[in-house]
Design a protein around this ligand. Sequence first.
Ligand SMILES: [Fe+2]
Ligand SMILES: [Fe+2]
Length: 217
Amino acid sequence: MTTEFRNPHFHPRNAGDRFAYAFVRLLRFFADLFFAKRYGHRAIVLETVAAVPGMVGATLTHLKCLRRIEDDRGWIRTLMDEAENERMHLMTFIEIARPNWFERMLVLLVQGFFYNAYFLLYLLAPAVAHRVVGYFEEEACQSYTNYLELIDAGEHANVPAPEIARNYWKLPANATLRDVVLAVREDEAGHRDVNHGFADELRGHAAAIPVTGSMKS
Ligand SMILES: [Fe+2]
Ligand SMILES: [Fe+2]
């Protein structure tokens, strides 16, 4: 698997983009403060957040298509695939690190807040909601890059890949955590491009990426 990786930053074009970026930077600030270099724990908590927007977006797009009696152009399946893909990230990292009771409480609280806040945001400003995810995924790519650097520096043990991960990404029997993080980072880059593309399309710009197809490839 190649280690060459691009994580281009989408420059905010308007107030909605700037709001989305500021919100994600604030999240990043708290994540850095709380988790520091504990990337396994960080991944678990943040993946429980990352798995929410796809399901919210799919639900609200589904309802909108029912109301307007119109085709979804593949958006619903794409967003549901994103949610499932993020849940598989969670199920993978739970094999690497175990959340403590405080992190489990944090997951509960953050989910209660984030699900409702994101639902409202998507209802009122879906383009901003997709932009939030685009930026969230830029940060996820950066976090997993940092995680890889720690593994390569020997600061984090490069343990064998969990079976669930080997099955899901079809990795060889001797695959390691490093291979898993590379695969996860590729997924996050896919989510990043899809969500920035959806935000562009909702604003009437041409989508930079095709809107159909699975996230996992
Ligand atoms: Fe993820
Ligand atoms: Fe993601």
